[in-house]
Ligand binder design. Sequence first.
Ligand code: BGC
Length: 755
Amino acid sequence: MTDIQSIIAKMTLEEKAGLCTGANSWSTTAVERLGLPEMTVSDGPHGVRRVEDLDAISAPSLPATCFPTASCTASTWNPGLLHSMGQALAEEAIALKVDVLLGPGANMKRSPLGGRNFEYFSEDPCLAGEMAAALIQGIQSKGVGTSLKHFAANNQEYRRFAINAEVDERSLREIYLPAFETAVKKGRPWTVMCAYNKLNGSYCSENQRLLTDILKGEWGFEGLVVSDWGAVHDRVKSLLGGLDLEMPGPKPLRVQKVVEAVRSGALDERVLDEAVRRILGIVFKAAQTPKGGRFDLEAHHALAQKVASEGMVLLKNNGLLPLQAPQHIAVIGRSAEKPYYQGGGSSNINPTKVAIPYKEIQARAGQAELTYAAGYPEDGSYQQALIDEAVDLARKAEVAVLCVALPASKESEGYDRVDLDLTAQQVALIKAVGAVQSNTVVVLNNGAPVVMSAWIDSAAAILEGWMMGQAGAGALADILFGRVNPSGKLAETFPLRLADTPAYLNWPGETGTVRYGEGLFIGYRYYDARQQPVQFPFGFGLSYTSFKYEHARVSAATLKDVEGVTVSVDVTNTGKLAGQEIVQVYVHERKSTLVRPEKELKGFSKVELQPGETRTVSIALDFRSFAYYHPAYRQWVTESGEFDILVGASSADIRASLAVTLQSTLNLPCILDRESTIQEWLEDPRGKAVFEPMFQQMTAQLSSLLGGEVGGMDMLGFMMIMPLLSILHFQESVLPMPADELVDGMLAQAHALQI
Ligand code: BGC
């Protein structure tokens, strides 16, 4: 064990300040005098982007496997597979001399317009958290670090370096933070990367509440916090906020400022020492894994294909798929020849090789005749001639496989999408091909949902191929021909229209601030609450086989919150093909003091079944599965009462509903104050004990008034939601003391009561 404290004691102030800023674009600063090595980091998240020249930000990077992006990997709902992908990423990092991989991203998909959504997992924190934790564990199991990013509320690209995300406490705790919390607690990432944006008025890079109080304090994060590249505005403030390492470097003037701040007393040297301690802890950990060597290109390409084949989602199928040995296939669409398999920006990988959909289809088509037409141009222009050519081929064929990819101009890191549409040419192409060929399969490649109302009826089948990674073409061909039974399900809702989406009225913000006005209600939470139809719901995906759910049961019908409960269901493959089913468990609270979503995902499990096989799937629910964050108590609370546990094949396909009674074990402090209503006094156990005698007196005195309607009002109902103090103000003439004093006295009693 290296004695970090004694090393810190030997370091000069300049050396300590220097260590907290990068030496170049990708490495930390070595201190040769003390034998402190440098540490090299690289993007992330779905491949190793090891930039050759470490002084450059985006010079050519060394070849590495480009795995599918997070939209696709999340749709596998298979943490075990992400663990394997993580191990492969780590092997490549080791070969490419990278100590820490900059990923995964665990932000929520607040709006499908987010330009970077392809790098994020889901609209649901439970799914995103589990996937992030699995990837982290996989990577770190090989001695390579991760950087969980971008902490936090990084949900748009518009004004991405400075936008102020205004998020209420409850939405932050229940929606925007839990995926990070799960990833930190379960995955134990070596590093966490702060976001560029501000959160509630303070840059994430200097947000003490976020970085120090919540991440390091409440969640017990032991690693280092690194800035996003260029996210630091004031180095001293960022150190005070809890940001340990600034990247990229070098930044000698800023280092100097830190030195001066310590000398002037503006920065306590112990704050700097703490950052140094955390950085050295990770630097030494990284140094334990020898770097260099090779990785198995072919094995990783095959793994990338496996991930893609589990992440692709079959959205529609009128029976055309899997293809039944057609003799003439028209392959249409530019992306069949030039695959769109990853997104633009810092995650862009230099692939080791790229599988081509046309070739992969050809390889599985046997003796069938294949024809090809581009269908749409590379730029966004409209060219009718390309459509005409495609229609001609489609008409002559038995089946048309229409490959349509969103152009990079419509989605990337750096800018948001402006709509959810395919290009006008692509829509016209699908409609025209569908009109002459009833056996048309549309294969989509995109990082985030597109709307389909204009063309969905033209397709006999739709396969969502996502940004499928370098080997995705093999996966899509396998699915088309039935060599792989599709098993992906959507990790995000596909809406019918942009105007239906949760953040529509609060996007992308103005005058520097974006208000998360929809609160808790993003994704299916929103569509559920509005009872709004969607194109494809969260958790949805078709298979070539069918599954029956039977004997759903809970380990206890009445439970204490701290005990949790296990939900089990027997799932049978009732079709003719082997397949995998993703069982989802949602929780619904029947009656709660604060508003809650209709249902929330709290567990899931993917199970593989042979035809006719039955297996029992069990999913454990814990305290947090039933709790919500109460901003007034500043803690997670459970309420005693009835809950429904919903076992579903998707968020909209609930196969069983199980009622349980929860007993809360919490003894919450009294939060009554001068503004508390009569009802709140009566609902609070301490308040009730103090106030009930007076309440009985009041209702007796006012019985003639409270019995019915006065002035057209239900007086009792009205009184219940009035603050006690306000009611007493009206009666002050008959009170023994001023109403304020009376209520203050009762409050003091209630707060002091031991129950
Ligand atoms: C991105 C990060 C990335 C970093 C380094 C930033 O612009 O937001 O995700 O890790 O650059 O490339």
